[in-house]
Design a protein around this ligand. Structure first.
Ligand code: UTP
Length: 410
């Protein structure tokens, strides 16, 4: 039994959200029950942050953090690779695919991973990722546990697609799905939108909730049982992604850091990637829209840009370091987005322009909670082909060109 109508009304009035119950009397018994249960499970306190968005984004003192660059990686590559492969063979490395996002910029209703980027044959995004992981499985002769984070919005479609395709040759026993949490979406005044008369508009609560969700869904028990000590977290949309990369793994192990972050050399001072740095002496990432002109122009002792490495959402986390973080709250990001909503006539509107805020925690903020981070340079043209849009920068088109350049048949 969820909360009563009176309890729901009281909870909503605390946050100025009484409109959620506007159509209550017209709903069926089942819908009433569903709405009350959704109200009970929703954290409306998030909506209060709409009024102080700027304050939330305040940063500490930013200073440079040295990356391990390509010449050093090349020189020590064999040593790293040996160490990394050994850890993989011992089952100490797992992979976490972040696929809970809505991919709104791509504009497909299906999960991003099922998008077909082929030209003369089918090449699905999920397939590309699994192919890349299979290379490591083959070279180490070891199956690597792959945890797939989905959300309420795409779970069924994701799991069904991967099963239908027999996990593109992966061993299904090593694939584990789990769902992240949802957050309400609100208009510019912080009033939550309704998706229907009986449902509040919700969206996935950002990729920062992955470890909390792994705990709450029982994935951590699998991690523990398998003896996994490192988790390689990566985004669904980079089709050149190297996963459980032995050289990267070995380097992070050798440097004894709590986290490793793959980075690329920025191609322009104002490129739209988060930049790795120190913040008040701890590792951190400054988002591109927070990067001041002063930081963009700062130089190191060799005269190179001091903040020259951007993250590509591929991190290797030490599991034991993550357990200590569960108590700490991640900062909240209030992000402007296009939110489908029900209008006065009851019709569902899919806006063309942003019309409100979503509330998200981001995986990049976890870096700042850890003691040590190894930024590890990779060659952009070989490892970074993100698909955010249909055309233009970071698009299906640009990713196709990069895949062809890397010898992938499309
Ligand atoms: P993006 O920041 O590109 O977000 O996600 P998105 O929601 O998929 O795309 P847009 O902004 O609506 O176009 C980066 C990675 O984080 C995952 C995505 O699936 C992608 O792999 N992600 C994002 C989650 O797993 N959960 C979230 O709540 C958000």
């Amino acid at each position: 039994m969820s909360m009563t109508y009176a309890q729901a009304k009281e909870k909503l009035s605390e946050y100025g959200q009484e409109h959620v119950l506007r159509y209550y009397e017209e709903l069926s018994e089942k819908e009433k029950e569903e709405l009350l249960s959704q109200i009970e499970g929703t954290d409306f306190s998030l909506t209060a942050s709409c009024s102080h968005r700027e304050e939330l984004a305040k940063k500490g003192r930013i200073t440079p953090l040295k990356a391990m660059e390509l010449p050093e990686i090349e020189a020590r590559g064999e040593e790293f690779k040996k160490l990394g492969e050994e850890a993989i063979r011992q089952g100490k490395v797992g992979a976490v695919l972040l696929a809970g996002g809505m991919g709104t910029r791509l504009g497909s209703d299906a999960p991003k991973g099922v998008y077909n980027i082929g030209l003369t044959r089918d090449v699905f995004i999920f397939e590309r990722l699994i192919c890349n992981l299979l290379e490591v499985v083959e070279s180490t002769k070891t199956w690597i546990h792959l945890f797939v984070m989905t959300s309420d919005k795409n779970h069924e479609a994701t799991a069904a697609f991967l099963r239908e395709h027999d996990f593109f040759g992966y061993n299904g026993e090593y694939v584990h799905f789990f769902m992240q949490d949802m957050a309400p979406a609100a208009d510019y005044n912080g009033k939550v939108y309704m998706e229907s008369r009986s449902r509040i508009s919700t969206s996935p609560n950002g990729n920062g909730g992955w470890y909390v969700s792994m705990k709450s869904t029982g994935m951590s028990r699998i991690v523990e049982k398998a003896g996994i000590e490192w988790l390689n977290v990566f985004a669904v949309d980079n089709v050149l992604q190297r996963i459980a990369d032995p050289v990267f793994t070995g380097a992070v192990l050798q440097e004894n850091c709590d986290v490793g972050a793959k980075v690329v050399r920025k191609n322009a001072p104002d490129e739209k990637v988060g930049v790795i740095c120190l913040e008040d002496g701890r590792p951190s990432i400054v988002e591109y829209y927070e990067l001041t002109k002063e930081l963009m122009e700062a130089k190191d002792e060799k005269g190179n840009p001091a903040y020259n490495f951007g993250v590509i959402l591929n991190y290797l986390f030490r599991v034991s370091a993550l357990d200590g973080l569960l108590e700490k709250k991640l900062p909240l990001h209030v992000v402007e987005k296009k939110i489908p909503y029900m209008d006065e006539t009851g019709a569902l509107i899919k806006p063309e322009e942003p019309n409100g805020y979503k509330f998200e925690n981001l995986v990049l903020d976890m870096i700042h909670q850890l003691e040590s981070c190894l930024p590890f340079e990779v060659v952009r043209e070989r490892e970074f082909a993100p698909i955010k849009n249909k055309t233009g920068i970071d698009s299906v088109e640009s990713a196709r060109a990069l895949l062809l350049q890397n010898g992938v048949e499309l």
